[in-house]
Design a protein around this ligand. Structure first.
Ligand code: GLA
Length: 712
């Protein structure tokens, strides 16, 4: 295909996937997205194979399921673009102008509606060594009057007729990323998020499964929208059996108004496909994330083990206690000490202080320097918690600038953790917060910021009375980008009361997500499992919490708390001074084990294992198959006396492996197989995968970890 020459078809090939877009008609429409097709295939063969007679009581030729299905095409489902000029120019009808190969693996299809003065550009990227299609839509107002845009989705992709189920990621605070399956039927499934952040309850992702599928087998299609604000997920099956997924930003009324000549770019859609089950789909996403240029900084050094102060001290920043925690954290092997909420001016509890990003002189009379010096002297990096988008009415900032908050006066603000949202759509607000953060990072040797965001944006009215949720998110991105440019070595975590702001757009500018506020090791298993559908382990913050979980009250052994947190970006968030010597020693062993395994965990291939609901098991296998680690947890007691075999996955079938139980030190069981595994046993990959190990009878809530090393 040559630049600017209209072509009949656009074809992009990934590692195991192909995308073919039919550009023969007025609108570009996906002819194939899924398994890789033969290199020499004539796309007309696909057209012939798809031919069917006219449906009864229907248009002679159905309106195209275009990348942007349009009202002007007569499309009977949700239009990918809904826009008008004062009630006119709404029936958009575009024709393809040109197709540009803008870079290897990147194609832009430009279409124009001359009558309604609208241009749509679809950008599609699929690299030959990846299986994630990155697709976005650009809309340009070619007219001389403002275009009001009610919706402009990322490219719409068809689902194959075999797609039988959708997997949603539901949730709530402290219970994010819960997988829920629903059968696909005629009609629409719509998921809308109006919380102003990606949300705990409607992660912007969806998976379509072609049943029967499992973690290891069957076809799965993944969809993720990289956007950190309001969004809309739409999956629909029409009466002619065509099904599609459409994702885009959700706008408040009148929120997006394009001036003449202005352009809006939709968030990017990340679409994946795998014929190796759900884990295969996840590996495609993980490989894609790891190949991003932004990931290079994370690969350059092992991800440091965190110690976070939140659940140890909350707002009680007693200097002696913090100093003791620094020493205790270093003693168990932590590599980064993160001072959480409570360090800044007036912050004694959650009713005051947000906005005043100056060290509280009452609590820290000599500033943060003595604490940071102690952290550095102990061989750790220093990290700091901030929540820059928020302000407490009880703060100097709010008193000086009450007009800086988002709101819809005279409608009252919703009370939410005593805080309001600063309008990051306003340049003066962004400049002020940027300057405060820049000063903190310049004045102190800070290696890491935990960037929090602890309330919904319930009343996103901007300064001129128009809706400002979109502008807020763009403003957030701008401040993060500026900080990144000015302080490239500083790592940033995206936290929003746990996993309330997790998406690939925020991860373009941050290095870690705080997966959930719940440190309950059992709840975390399903939370991390759901998150792992899209996000690799090294980006998922996972901490060993206190003996009794502060959120659920559940007591889980140190051994199991370690074995759950081990498979993320590992950290500790418990009062080390309240642990017994034995618990601290066990924790230190867990830290050492993580350091030993983290290179594998943070680069290897994830294989979640299909297990009954009362169990959780998965493995991570090195890309070359030379090493692997598998974790098994019995969440609830078995119905029968014995669990089934643990069949491993992803190993080199031809190779022999030394299999060794490396965690925990003590496992309450009488199985002699466990004794054998503790010693280490040599088995071949095929047997481990085809036959597996008999699981021992274990106490509920117990876990164990196997390490495998391939023998030459
Ligand atoms: C949020 C975060 C927690 C902690 C608190 C501090 O809830 O998710 O980890 O930082 O804020 O206020």
């Amino acid at each position: 295909m040559s630049a600017s020459a209209p072509a009949a078809f656009v074809r992009l090939d990934g590692r195991t996937t192909s995308l073919i877009v039919d550009c023969r008609g007025d609108a570009p429409a996906v002819l194939h997205w899924g398994p890789k097709l033969a290199a020499g295939l004539d796309p007309m063969d696909l057209v012939v194979l798809a031919t069917h007679e006219a449906a009864p009581c229907s248009p002679t030729a159905p309106a195209p399921l275009a990348l942007t299905p349009l009202l002007g095409h007569g499309f009977p489902g949700a239009s990918g673009l809904q826009a008008h000029r004062n009630g006119q120019d709404w029936a958009t009808f575009t024709r393809i102008d040109r197709i540009d190969e803008v870079a290897p693996g990147v194609v832009e299809i430009v279409s124009t509606d001359a009558h309604n003065a609208i241009q749509l550009t679809h950008r599609l990227e699929l690299q030959p060594d990846q299986d994630v299609l990155v697709a976005s839509t650009r809309l340009t107002n070619l007219g001389s009057e403002t275009l009001v845009v009610d919706a402009c989705a990322a490219p719409t992709l068809p689902l194959p007729p075999e797609a039988s189920h959708l997997i949603h990621l539901d949730g709530r605070w402290s219970g994010e990323f819960q997988m829920r399956r629903t059968p696909i039927g005629q009609g629409a499934m719509i998921r809308e998020n109006r919380r102003g952040r990606s949300s705990h309850d409607a992660f912007p992702g969806l998976i379509a499964e072609c049943a029967p599928a499992s973690e290891a087998t069957g076809e799965a299609y993944g969809f993720h929208l990289g956007w950190s604000g309001n969004h809309r997920i739409h999956a629909k099956t029409l009466s002619d059996a065509r099904a599609f997924v459409q994702m885009g930003e959700l706008f408040m009324p009148g929120e997006l108004r394009l001036a003449p000549g202005a352009t809006y770019a939709s968030p990017k859609l990340y679409a994946g496909y795998s014929d190796a089950g759900l884990s295969g789909l996840s590996r495609g996403y993980h490989d894609w994330m790891r190949a991003r240029p932004e990931h290079a900084r994370l690969r350059a050094k092992p991800r440091p083990v965190h110690y976070n102060t939140w659940e140890a001290v909350y707002f009680d920043h007693d200097q002696d206690k913090l100093a003791k925690l620094v020493d205790a954290a270093a003693a168990i092997g932590a590599e980064r000490f993160v001072l959480d909420d409570g360090w800044f001016k007036g912050r004694r509890d959650d009713t005051a202080g947000l906005g005043d990003w100056y060290v509280d002189e009452g609590i820290y009379p000599q500033g943060l320097k003595p604490l940071i010096d102690r952290v550095l002297a102990a061989g750790m990096e220093f990290g700091l918690w901030v929540e820059p988008e928020m302000v407490n009415p009880e703060s100097d900032l709010f008193r000086a600038h009450p007009e800086w908050v988002l709101g819809c006066a005279p409608a009252p603000q919703l009370s939410f953790r005593n805080q309001l949202v600063l309008d990051f759509g306003r340049p003066e607000v962004r400049d002020h917060l940027y300057a405060r953060l820049d000063a903190l990072l310049t004045e102190h040797p800070i290696a890491y910021l935990k960037w929090d965001m602890n309330r919904d944006i319930s009343h996103p009215g901007g300064a001129d009375g128009t809706a400002g949720a979109h502008a807020h998110v763009q403003g957030l991105y701008e401040v993060l980008d500026r900080l990144r440019a000015a302080h490239p070595a500083v790592e940033i975590e995206s936290c929003a009361s746990g996993g309330g702001r997790v998406d690939f757009a925020v991860l373009e500018r941050t290095d870690r997500i705080w997966t959930s506020d719940s440190n309950d090791a059992l709840d975390r298993l399903s939370i991390q499992k759901g998150a792992s559908l899209f996000v690799p382990a090294e980006l998922m913050g996972a901490h060993v919490g206190p003996t009794d979980c502060h959120i659920t009250g559940r007591r889980v052994s140190m051994a199991t708390r370690v074995s759950t947190a081990l498979f993320g970006h590992f950290g500790i968030e418990a009062n080390l001074l309240a642990l017994t010597d034995d618990e601290r020693a066990e924790l230190a062993e867990g830290v050492a084990l993580h350091k030993d395994l983290r290179d594998l965990i943070h680069t290897g291939d994830l294989h979640r294992l299909d297990r009954p609901a009362n169990e959780n098991a998965f493995g991570i296998v090195a890309k070359d198959g030379a090493q692997a680690v598998f974790a098994y947890t019995l969440v609830r007691e078995q119905d029968a006396y014995f669990a089934g075999r643990l069949r491993l996955a992803g190993l080199d079938a031809q190779a022999r492996y030394k299999v060794k139980l490396v965690w925990p030190k003590a496992l309450t069981t009488r199985s002699s197989l466990v004794d054998v595994l503790r010693e280490g046993v040599t088995l071949d990959g095929r047997t481990l995968m085809a036959v597996g190990l008999q699981l021992p009878r274990m106490h509920p809530q117990a876990a164990f970890i196997l390490r495998l090393d391939r023998l030459n």
